[in-house]
Design a protein around this ligand. Structure first.
Ligand code: SF4
Ligand code: SF4
Length: 289
């Protein structure tokens, strides 16, 4: 019986870049029969570079401390490291902002013919144009995209993520402190708040079918406020979340409040205040899918 041939293995570590190098690699099919691809976040669903990997291709520049950590940790595990592409070799586009002479060239009036001028801050589109329908989510699910395209009038959604989640809320299971992000082991069918997770599904708009909370990831509010809060000040929503935690846990209110204002959650929760921004007409709930 012939022995099964083991192919040399390689991994692709993607740092801060655009994934163009990876797409180019995928377009080059010649390597498929000669190597075994063991890690590349774009297409292979392992979480880390396996420790017996022979070759590590590194694409993208080092732009943040996570890049440094991943780079250092991965290169310890492999035999050979190959820097791939301009970003890995010179820092790439993200590096241009750090080089005074390049910045001076871009900002010189003579060279600005094709460069967009930056606004002082990022704005929602309805600061400039009228919007017929809002489709919140990060990203919206394919089902929501189809509902938006084919007509939202027939789309049936729960009022909140809680309604679609189905995990049971218990009065007698009362954690004393929050568990950190992705800490501990999630018990099925019981509300994540009872298990000490900061889940904001009670005030978040339904329609996503609770795709995060059903498998055990707390809702971070990416769908924005449910209809009950859409035309109210964000403090009303914060107070409501606090009350849910008071009812189901013995966690000190300060601890909840601090966690709700953490950078990780505020990335999405800022939207709860965004619907009533004084600078433009309020977003009506009838226009939000
Ligand atoms: S886990 Fe979150 S979404 Fe599910 S019932 Fe509890 S609070 Fe609601
Ligand atoms: S974060 Fe919340 S609203 Fe967003 S998809 Fe997950 S469960 Fe739904």
């Amino acid at each position: 019986m012939s022995e099964k041939k083991t192919l040399p293995s390689f991994a692709v570590l993607q740092l801060s870049g655009c994934a163009g190098c990876e797409v180019s690699l995928i377009n080059a099919s010649e390597w498929v029969d000669k190597y075994q691809l063991v890690y590349m976040p774009l297409v292979v669903s392992t979480h880390t570079v396996p420790d017996d990997t022979e070759i590590l291709l590194v694409s993208g520049g080092v732009r943040n401390d996570e890049d440094v950590y991943n780079l250092r940790r991965s290169t310890e595990l492999v035999d050979q490291v190959i820097a791939v592409g301009t970003c890995a070799i010179s820092g790439g586009v993200a590096n241009l902002g750090d080089r005074d002479e390049v910045r001076a060239m871009f900002t010189a009036q003579d060279n600005r013919h094709h460069l967009p001028h930056l606004l002082p801050k990022s704005h929602p589109v309805d600061a400039f144009v009228d919007v017929d329908l809002y489709l919140p989510g990060c990203p919206p699910t394919p089902e929501l995209f189809m509902a938006a395209l084919s007509g939202p009038q027939d789309y049936q959604a729960g009022s909140t993520v809680c309604v679609e989640c189905g995990r049971e809320k218990l009065k007698e299971m009362r954690p004393k402190h929050l568990l950190g992000f992705q800490q501990g082991e999630v018990t099925p069918d019981i509300c994540l708040i009872n298990q000490g997770y900061l889940c904001v599904g009670s005030s978040t708009r339904g329609g996503c079918r609770a795709i995060c909370t059903i498998p055990g990831h707390p809702c971070v509010g990416c769908r924005g406020p449910s209809n009950a809060y859409i035309e109210k000040e964000s403090q009303v929503w914060f107070d409501r979340v606090q009350k849910v935690f008071e009812r189901l846990t013995d966690i000190p209110p300060d601890e909840i409040n601090r966690a709700l204002h953490s950078p990780q959650l505020s990335l999405f929760l800022f939207q709860f205040a965004d619907y009533l921004d004084g600078g433009r007409p309020p977003r009506l709930k009838e226009k939000v899918l």
